[in-house]
Design a protein around this ligand. Structure first.
Ligand code: TXA
Ligand code: MG
Length: 354
């Protein structure tokens, strides 16, 4: 299949590209598009054949459910059950955080195909904070299911170039919409009537913000890291397998005071900030540093989140020609306040895959 590259940077180019992308979606096609978090791989959420093609294109196991994207709050009843729509916690979070990087997992409307939900009674839904994404969903005239537009288990895409690296020839089109703003995926919160709220995936809304908003209803529980997911045990937090978001080169989270460098000759350094980068450089003295990135000048998790996946893509590419086993991306633990939790989570999963 030839993947169409649809220009969408400017209002004029988008005016030509959106009708084409929407027509492809209505015809059951797969279109990658930017959101404020990462690029999504969209398909008509109400068309089970189109949904099946998403799993096929990504090589994604069908026990990992998809997020349904809507452009307007008024469309929420298309996705959630009547009982879910009466949960005051859902109204509260949607009022406060939509449009934005928050996915609500709640009981699904019966029209949502089982494949979108991996057979669960619940569905994830979000209203993205991105004009082009919402314009596309409106033009398609249907809710759009969209996982991140990467091959299963690999790095999430924050640019159209990242999408094409992994999915060129496997999808119908990509909207060339520029780099995404937030850079990590949405926070996923489970809100099932009668059950406590649970953060299934830390993401673009700080945990503290969600917990604060929900405090009148009780504490926000966490899904333990790697709680989840194997083929024989589809779980409360599917898709949250301990290993995920992985570059090709192994990633090691090291202690800069006593790094484990066993077997390495070449390294790429990913530091939380400029000072940490200086420490890491000293720690690897004697090894060849092929590339290095400080995620922000002085520890700013918002800036760091926006740079994270692009940095991992670039460091990974810099190690491509080194003998396997002798190369690694080295990083130090990322501090967890605010968006730091989502960054630390992605780094732990990338390390677990190595
Ligand atoms: O920011 C984002 O959320 C991006 C953009 C494109 O919107 N999408 C994204 O989708 O990250 P994906 O498929 O890569 O991750 C979706 C995750 C699943 O792996 C799972 O952890 C959770 O959302 N999820 C979705 N539906 C669920 C459900 N019914 N129950 C539990 N978890 C669910
Ligand atoms: Mg993903």
């Amino acid at each position: 299949m030839k993947t169409e590259q649809l220009r969408a940077r400017t209002a004029t180019s988008a005016a030509e590209s959106l009708p084409r992308a929407a027509a492809l979606l209505r015809a059951g096609g797969l279109v990658a598009f930017p959101t404020e978090t990462v690029y999504g791989l969209g398909a008509n959420a109400l068309d089970p054949i189109a949904i099946a093609r998403i799993f096929e294109a990504k090589g994604r196991p069908t026990f990992d459910p998809l997020i349904v994207h809507i452009a307007d709050r008024a469309d929420l009843p298309l996705v959630l059950s009547p009982a879910a729509l009466e949960d005051p916690r859902i109204t509260l979070l949607a009022d406060a955080l939509w449009p934005g990087p928050l996915t609500i997992v709640a009981p699904a409307a019966t029209r949502i195909p089982g494949l979108v939900r991996s057979g669960l009674p619940t569905v994830g839904v979000r209203l993205p904070d991105h004009d082009l994404a919402r314009a596309l969903i409106r033009a398609a005239g249907t809710p759009i299911a969209a996982p991140s537009a990467n091959l299963f288990g690999q790095l999430s895409p924050t640019t159209a170039e990242h999408v094409l690296e992994q999915l060129d020839g496997r999808i119908d089109a990509v909207l060339l919409g520029g780099a995404t703003r937030v850079g990590v995926e949405s926070s996923v919160v489970s809100l099932v009537p009668g059950e406590p709220a649970r953060l299934l995936r830390p993401g673009g809304v700080p945990r503290e913000t969600i917990a604060g908003l929900l405090a009148p209803f009780g504490p926000l529980l966490d899904a333990p890291l790697g709680a989840a997911n194997s083929a024989d045990a589809p779980a409360a937090a599917p898709g949250m397998s301990a290993s995920h978001y992985a570059p090709r080169a192994p990633l090691r989270i090291v202690d800069a005071a006593a790094p484990d460098l066993a077997g390495l000759t070449h390294v790429a350094l990913l530091a939380p900030d400029a000072e940490a980068l200086t420490h890491l450089r000293t720690a690897v003295a004697g090894l060849q540093i092929v590339a290095e990135v400080a995620l922000s000048e002085s520890l700013d998790p918002v800036v760091a989140a926006a740079k994270l996946f692009d940095a991992l893509h670039r460091l990974d590419a810099a190690l491509r020609d080194v003998t396997p086993g002798k190369a690694a991306i080295l990083t130090t633990p990322y501090p967890e306040p605010g968006l730091g939790l989502a960054i630390a989570d992605r780094l732990r999963r990338a390390a677990a895959a190595s």
